[in-house]
Design a protein around this ligand. Structure first.
Ligand code: NOJ
Length: 582
């Protein structure tokens, strides 16, 4: 076999694993019902013991919290409910003391409408900040009615354009009305972003997760988007703003700063499926980003008209997705971010494994194995390590907090009970609230997230008496310890798991996900079973008939008897995963 391409460029960020913290729901230290930075500091040992290398903190900056911190009003200060800049200094020091790095969220496609820059910008057409945002005059239809400059659909419903009475122009907001897009064409805007980066890097931050970073360069002609949903006036316009004309120029500028600090970078890249275009951002020597978050697999169960339209997801689709990106990045000196969960997505046990309550923890171990032993940097999202689940099916609309679900609900006709019933089913499957319920720390009241008698800002999932961190830490067979074992195994066989190649076996199977990783003569099989039945895997048909050593078994640990893994057919229990040296 030819020399592995990825190993041409070894890097610490390829070998690391990341733990994502979404502060509102992580841990409340002062009993106000909302998580905070002191709460995070109190759990750093818990994260370190999970064999994590890097802690990523979602936005904790000053914000009106219209979009839970992704609407920033001051990049240099911390929201009162989360703490102070001094607390962040302590958090950074706490990570570093434990040998972990620390990432912040860089949210610079847009700001809050309460940011001083926007207040200035909207104050008059000749204010020096006017060009920091994207302002356009109205269009008028044949009846003389005012219309937005184009027909683009907003991620949170309606048009992306908001009319400003005071200055008689529209401004662009790809996200909420309160999240105006910055104008990256204007050099002072880019300079301001660079300053923010250097400020936090100088404070000891080790890099950034960059929010929707591929949306920063827009097609300057702002054309109408093609009609893909005839049921509404507004249409997805991402072909005109995702990976737009100047994206790579801007990313190269960011790359220069990152290089100065040897900083970590992962950029969100929604809407883009073209491998070559993604590669332009992540190919090692291009010096833009280390890796990106691909969105294909987290959109797979969307229906024709989007997130809350019923859709389905097949294991074969997921496997094809993994194979395509694994082999492409390997061959082209790029790199993958490996993730199944985050604060914008439902819990993976429900979405991908579709497991019953009984088999939830079996499924969570299986998913950890299947994901983290691929080539890429694994990301663990808070609560994933203990097998947290989607919100209860009994939830009514009043329980949902995220503007994604709430605005969608408001967009439904008030008397259309059928549409509302369908929407509630879809929210329970796919809304962002599923990943946002408070972390379940113990079986105590409020799951130990906040003090007794306090009302948490969002309801705790009712399964906390059985699924919680305290129980998981005590139980040596828990998902928490299993995740740590997987992440350590990845380091122990670093050449193979980080720098080796990837081959998908048993492509058509809807029950098994099997792949090998190989580096020089070492070949390791990662076999995972995705159903609640006990099923045979046809090893012989996949050219495998015996294994030399069991490295890991999600049911038994490493003392599993080898003979089970020889012969033509191997029997796997519900959601069992096994890692074998061939
Ligand atoms: C992606 C973030 O993950 C999401 O939570 C947010 O709503 C949008 N970007 C807009 O910032």
């Amino acid at each position: 076999m030819a020399g592995p391409r990825n190993s041409n460029h070894r890097a610490w960020w390829k070998e690391s694993s990341v733990y994502q913290i979404w502060p509102a729901s992580f841990k409340d230290s002062n009993d106000d019902g909302i998580g905070d930075i002191s709460g995070i500091i109190s759990k750093l040992d818990y994260i370190k013991d999970l064999a994590i290398d890097i802690v990523w903190l979602c936005p904790a900056f000053k914000s009106p919290q219209v979009d839970m911190g992704y609407d920033i009003s001051d990049y240099y200060d911390i929201a009162d409910e989360y703490g102070t800049v001094a607390d962040v200094d302590k958090l950074i020091a706490g990570c570093h003391e434990r040998g972990m790095k620390f990432l912040m969220d860089l949210v610079v496609n847009h700001t809050s409408d309460q940011h001083e820059w926007f207040k200035q910008s909207r104050s008059s057409k000749d204010n020096p900040y006017r060009d920091w945002y994207i302002w356009k005059p109205a269009k008028y239809d044949e009846n003389g009615n005012r219309q937005p400059p184009n027909n683009w659909f907003c991620r949170f419903q309606g048009s992306v354009w908001e009319w400003d009475e005071h200055t008689q122009e529209y401004y662009l907001h790809l996200y909420a009305v309160e999240q105006p897009d910055l104008n990256w064409e204007n050099p002072p805007v880019r300079k301001a972003v660079h300053d923010i980066m250097r400020f936090w890097l100088d404070k000891g931050c080790d890099g950034f997760r960059m929010d929707v970073i591929n949306l920063i360069s827009k097609d300057q002609s702002y054309p109408d988007a093609p009609i893909t949903n005839p049921n509404r006036p507004w249409q997805w316009g991402h072909m005109y703003y995702a990976n737009g004309p100047r994206l790579h120029e801007y990313l190269q500028e960011l790359g220069e700063i990152l290089k100065d600090y040897d900083a970590f970078s992962v950029g969100e890249m929604p809407f883009v499926k073209d491998e070559k275009e993604v590669l332009r951002a992540v190919q090692f020597e291009r010096n833009e980003l280390n890796m990106i978050f691909n969105f294909e697999h987290v959109n797979m169960d969307y229906g024709k008209y989007g997130q809350f339209d019923p859709g389905s997801l097949q294991l074969t689709d997921l496997k094809n997705f993994f194979e395509r990106w694994q082999t492409f990045m390997y061959a082209n000196d790029g790199w993958n971010a490996l993730y199944l969960e985050n604060h914008d997505n439902p819990r993976s046990i429900d979405r991908y494994a579709k497991a019953s309550e009984e088999h939830g923890l079996d499924a969570s171990k299986m998913l950890a194995t299947a994901l983290a032993l691929q080539a890429g940097t694994p990301f663990v999202y808070q609560g994933q390590e203990i097998g947290m689940r989607n919100v209860p099916k009994s939830w009514g609309i009043e329980e949902y907090k995220d503007l994604g679900a709430v605005n969608h609900w408001k967009s439904l006709p008030k008397d259309d009970k059928e549409a509302q019933a369908i929407a509630l089913v879809e929210y329970q499957k796919k809304s962002r609230d599923n990943g946002r319920t408070p972390v379940q720390w113990s079986a105590a009241e409020n799951a130990g997230f906040t003090g007794p008698g306090v009302k948490p800002w969002m309801s705790v999932n009712t399964n906390y008496t059985t699924v919680n961190a305290e129980a998981a830490v005590k139980d040596p067979h828990s998902t928490y310890h299993y995740w740590a074992t997987v992440l350590k195994l990845r380091k122990q066989y670093l050449d193979t798991f980080v720098y080796g190649d990837f081959t998908l076996l048993d492509k058509p199977s809807q029950e098994f996900f099997a792949y090998t990783r190989q580096y020089d003569d070492q070949k390791i099989l990662v076999l995972s079973h995705w159903t609640e039945k006990t099923l045979d895997w046809d090893a012989a048909a996949n050219g495998v008939n015996t294994a030399k050593q069991v490295l890991l078994n999600s049911y038994e640990g490493t003392d599993e008897a080898l003979p089970r893994f020889s012969g033509d057919k191997w029997t796997l229990r519900p959601y069992e995963a096994v890692v074998l040296i061939l």
